[in-house]
Write a protein that binds this ligand. Structure first.
Ligand SMILES: Nc1nc2c(c(=O)[nH]1)N[C@H]1C(S)=C(S)[C@@H](COP(=O)(O)O)O[C@H]1N2
Ligand SMILES: [Mo]
Length: 524
């Protein structure tokens, strides 16, 4: 072996030791978290921290670039980073085992802190500590074991006067097999256990629910609410297709057993409600279009569903709100928070505490068992999922998850319109030229949608029959006799108050994008 080959082999062996021990530690922590309810494993705990600490532009980039896959990309990023660190520490460990073990322990310490303080964990600190211990003992123990096993004894100078390089490692096949099988065993056991516990308690609770008929059912869908047009967004969004935006890397598991919603703060009569209490009240059913502030111009973080729930106004009246309050701070089971104006929750738009979505209990991803639905406001200030706490308070006295990250405290949904058909870069024949899309101005209503081609005259689109002023409105426009070549279609909407969308492009931060959506198509 040349010196260089020797060094490469040594570093490789060290990296292998780091990789095996690190994987074993992570798997042990994950397995412990899988068996212990309410405990977060190292991967999610570090991921949650990364979500909360990521600089805002990075988050915006992730949401815009990866869309609903942003969470997978984030977890992947965390794993790759941690992976590179443990490989590097392993390599360092072949020369400086003590420094490497300290570095390795620091990594595990950071993960432990994240696990102990994880916002999504609901278990007591004692249980969380069990998972920390599993990670630390297996990870650090495994690392020391492998570095030792592979470091040959520091032999005294032998007869011929040479000594073995004390920093050299030699591959001990037995140690490798022991370590690798331990990792495989922990991994397999963890997999089996989490499969056995799969679905969690919330899924079982959800299966058992029978939603009662609403005391105030939703109005019938008006005839002509939308158009037959291939590619036009369906008027009602299926639960499976409904956009999802939240900070939860793992959907919070909130079973009905033990569930309570607290209403407290600046009220004379604090209330606690179980899910049963909510079910037994007079329920309203309404169609409302939700929108995310992160929706870029032309984006699809917007969906329309039929929601079933208890009017927020009634519950707040029963709690008897004190003078001087102007906000409700809502908190979820995973410690997300939002601040909503009291005035919006008590006016006649019928904000609700929802328990049903499109005829089913809320899907787990959309907030089971209970969420807020507030017409007219972006989700981050009004649509708290996995809702557990409502505190009546003053905007001056608190901040919430996204306001802490520079977003506005008040965030009404901005008047918007979108072209669904044709898609950008479509190749059209001059005879398939119906243009269509949706427009929304929740709580105001859409009055008019106009389309223009290549910055020509604006033409009125035909609107679907209005359902209510809290839902989007489909539109269509016949593009007569387009000339062949490249064309740019643009859309703009006007709301019932007479405001027309501005062409001015604003970014999503701090309170929602503006600008006209356009698509470029080729007509043959
Ligand atoms: N607990 C919790 N609730 C939350 C969020 C969150 O991150 N955590 N995100 C909010 C945001 S930004 C939006 S746009 C809506 C999205 O609701 P959906 O995922 O059901 O479409 O949920 C809101 N409620
Ligand atoms: Mo959002």
């Amino acid at each position: 072996m040349t010196q260089r080959q020797h060094t490469a082999a040594r570093l490789g062996l060290g990296a292998l030791a780091g990789g095996i021990a690190g994987t074993a530690g992570i798997l042990a922590g994950q397995a412990a978290a899988a068996v212990l309810p309410g405990v977060t494993g190292p991967v999610l705990a570090v991921g949650n921290r990364a979500v909360d600490w990521a600089p805002r532009p990075l988050k915006e980039f992730a949401i815009e670039t990866f869309g609903d896959a942003d969470k997978i990309v984030l977890i992947g990023g965390v794993l790759v980073t941690v992976g590179l660190l443990i490989l590097a520490l392993g390599a360092v460990g072949t020369k400086r085992p003590r420094a490497a073990v300290i570095g390795f322990s620091v990594l595990i310490f950071i993960a432990s802190l994240a696990m102990i303080t994880d916002r999504a964990a609901t278990a007591g600190v004692g249980l969380r500590f069990v998972a920390v211990l599993a990670t630390a003992v297996v990870g650090i123990g495994g690392f020391i074991f492998l570095l030792k096993a592979w470091a040959p004894a520091r032999v005294a100078p032998s007869n011929d006067g040479t000594s073995e390089d004390p920093s050299a490692l030699s591959f001990d096949r037995r140690a490798f097999l022991v370590a690798a099988s331990a990792v495989a065993a922990v991994g397999a056991a963890g997999g089996v256990v989490s499969r056995a516990l799969g679905g969690g308690a919330a899924a079982a609770s959800r299966e058992a629910i029978q939603l009662p008929a609403p005391a105030s059912p939703v109005s019938a869908l008006p005839d002509g609410v939308t158009f037959e047009l291939d590619g036009l967004t369906p008027y009602l969004t299926d639960n499976a297709d409904f956009y999802r935006v939240d900070t939860a890397l793992e959907v919070p598991d909130v079973p009905l057993e033990g569930y309570v919603l607290r209403i407290h703060g600046m009220v004379d009569n604090p209330i606690e409600l179980t899910f049963e209490d909510l079910l037994n009240r007079d329920l309203i059913e309404r169609r409302v279009t939700l929108t995310c502030v992160s929706n870029p111009v032309g984006g699809d973080y917007v969906g329309n569903a039929t929601w079933l729930g208890v009017p927020m106004k009634e519950l707040l009246a029963e709690a008897d709100v004190q003078d001087g309050a102007d906000a409700v701070k809502s908190t979820s089971a995973d410690d997300f928070t939002a601040g909503t104006p009291l005035s919006v929750l008590t006016d006649d738009r019928e904000a609700m505490i929802a328990i049903g979505m499109n005829g089913e209990p809320l899907p787990l991803e959309h907030g089971f068992p209970v969420r807020m639905v507030t017409p007219g406001l972006y989700g981050y200030v009004s649509a708290t999922k996995w809702l557990v706490d409502l505190e009546v308070t003053r905007f001056a006295d608190f901040t919430a998850y996204w306001t802490d990250r520079g977003y506005s405290a008040l965030a009404p949904i901005k008047l918007s319109s979108r072209i669904d058909v044709p898609r950008s870069f479509a190749q059209l024949n001059s005879d398939d030229t119906v243009v269509g899309g949706v427009a929304w101005a929740q709580d105001e209503g859409i009055d008019r949608v106009e389309v223009r081609v290549d910055e020509g005259e604006w033409s009125d689109a035909e609107l679907g029959v209005e359902d209510n002023d809290q839902t989007w409105r489909p539109w269509r426009w016949d593009w007569s006799q387009p000339t062949s070549g490249l064309h740019r279609l643009e859309v703009r909407a006007t709301d019932r108050a007479g405001n027309t969308q501005t062409s001015q492009r604003e970014p999503i931060a701090p309170n929602g994008s503006t600008g006209w959506h356009n698509v470029t198509v080729t007509v043959s």
